[in-house]
Design a protein around this ligand. Structure first.
Ligand SMILES: NC(=O)c1ccc[n+]([C@@H]2O[C@H](COP(=O)([O-])OP(=O)(O)OC[C@H]3O[C@@H](n4cnc5c(N)ncnc54)[C@H](O)[C@@H]3O)[C@@H](O)[C@H]2O)c1
Length: 437
């Protein structure tokens, strides 16, 4: 079924990544392998999931690309910015996520991806020092340079549309400041005044993207497009935005286990989560000011799902702690432990424990999310959807929502999937529904 309101995914789609590290190179090399027919797109909803459309005798199960027009992976063109000059090939080797057999067959294509000079402020990521950075300039000048980068990339690669996805390091925590973040005029004034306290590098990338007709996705927990100033800009320029923080390992488990507790009316005394992680992301998060950004993102999940105000007996007093420990020997192969202290019949005198030990691979879990977010935000753009795309919450740890209107984030993975499927159904010209599949 074709919905005439959705422009077809004709021509080339440029995927511009901020950061060309472990996640980005695993995504790029993996996508190149998949489009050669040499790799499995495991974890990707757009490539593998079948969604029911229609009901009763009319029901059919179709892939997303059969319901709505989606780009062929062969039509994706990749580009990136990074503070290190390594090509995508060199960076993929350095990241040690993919094995040579998943890198070497696409070596030439990866070598051709040379990162553009980054907008970087050492104050925001204290653990990194790189040479591939733009010369010191004001925030507003940085925006103009990034806009030129996007324009050049578009011209040089003959792409028809662009999406920009942040997969760069987590920036230090900055708080929402109503004086600079509340509306677009104040945000622009702060950029022009080079207010480095309140305007992060990631905000410069987001502004440049939205000024160049490119949807923007925030894959880290940075304060960025989750502020009213950017909502205003997205509305004004008629662009979709999404964020924030890819939902990969431990939080994915949380958003599955917490709904189970709530559905079964089991109580929770405490939830302790800890990780060991040895990649560059882990090193950056070893700085307390950067970890705090991640901590806030990870902590929000449980309370929203369990709703202590609705059930204080079960969820009124939860001790929730999250730790990330930088441990180089494990590199990208993160190990995440969760301990849940739960209770039920007759209360806390009969406590029980659930232990999860997830030996995951961070970038293997994140790469399909980058692909899905890039393709879906492009779909949103072609469909004329504007502002925060809540139906993309499924892919995100800290889903954006309009808190100024009292909206709450939806964290429950299964509720998020219903939102996702219904948007795809609607965009495909089918009816949204909540039938049991
Ligand atoms: N892998 C996961 O499971 C996961 C989950 C959620 C979020 N994330 C986030 O995704 C991001 C990328 O993770 P990763 O494992 O690829 O990290 P990484 O350290 O391997 O890569 C990040 C890259 O960003 C670059 N960079 C830093 N600041 C930059 C800037 N201002 N402009 C351009 N480039 C910049 C760094 O040089 C580095 O190469 C991190 O913020 C991480 O927290 C990852």
């Amino acid at each position: 079924m074709n919905n005439p309101k959705v422009a077809p995914a004709d021509g080339k789609l440029g995927v511009l990544l901020v950061g060309l590290g472990a996640v980005s190179t695993t995504f790029i090399a993996g996508t190149m392998m998949i489009r050669k027919g040499n790799g499995l797109a495991g974890g990707s909803i757009t490539q593998l999931a079948k969604i029911r459309v229609g009901r009763g005798k009319d029901k059919q199960y179709k892939k997303v690309g059969e319901i709505v027009s989606m780009p062929d992976l062969k039509d994706l063109v990749f580009g990136a910015w990074d503070i290190f000059p390594d090509t995508a090939y060199e960076s993929a080797i350095h990241a040690e996520v993919l094995k040579p057999k998943h890198i070497e067959p696409v070596k030439d294509e990866l070598q051709a991806i040379k990162p553009m000079k980054a907008v970087f402020d050492h104050e925001y990521v204290s653990k990194l020092n790189g040479s591939n950075v733009k010369p010191q300039a004001t925030r507003w000048e940085y925006v103009q340079e990034l806009r030129k980068d996007i324009q050049n990339f578009k011209k040089e690669n003959g792409v028809d549309r662009i999406v920009v996805v942040w997969a760069a390091s987590t920036e230090k925590f900055i708080a929402y400041n109503p004086k600079t973040h509340d509306n677009l005029a104040d945000l622009e004034a702060a950029m022009k005044a080079d207010d480095r306290e309140n305007i992060s590098p990631s905000m410069c990338y987001a502004y440049a993207a939205l000024a160049e007709d490119a949807p923007f996705v925030m894959g880290a927990p940075n304060l960025c497009v989750d502020i009213p100033a950017f909502w205003e800009m997205a509305e004004k320029n008629k662009l979709p935005i999404a964020g924030k923080d890819f939902k990969t390992g431990q939080t994915l488990m949380k958003t599955v286990l917490a709904p189970m507790l709530r559905t079964r009316q089991l109580g929770l005394m405490g939830w302790f989560s800890t990780n060991i992680l040895g990649n560059r992301d882990g090193e950056v998060l070893d700085a307390p000011e950067n970890f705090h950004t991640k901590e806030v993102s990870k902590l929000g999940v449980i309370n929203t799902i369990l709703r202590k105000e609705d059930n204080a007996d079960l969820y009124g007093d939860i001790f929730h702690k999250v730790r990330i420990n930088y441990y180089p020997p494990r590199n990208d192969n993160k190990e995440g432990w969760d301990n849940l202290d739960i209770f039920g019949w007759m209360g806390k005198d009969y406590g029980m424990q659930i232990k999860v030990d997830f030996l995951c691979r961070d970038s293997i879990l994140a790469a399909p999310l980058v692909l899905d977010l890039a393709l879906n935000i492009d779909l949103a753009h072609r469909a004329g959807l504007v502002g925060t795309q809540r139906w993309l919450s499924f892919f995100l740890k800290s889903p954006m929502h309009d808190y100024t209107k009292g909206e709450e984030p939806v964290h429950d993975l299964f509720q998020q999937y219903i939102m996702y499927k219904n948007e795809i159904r609607t965009l495909g010209g089918y009816e949204a529904d909540e039938e049991i599949d």
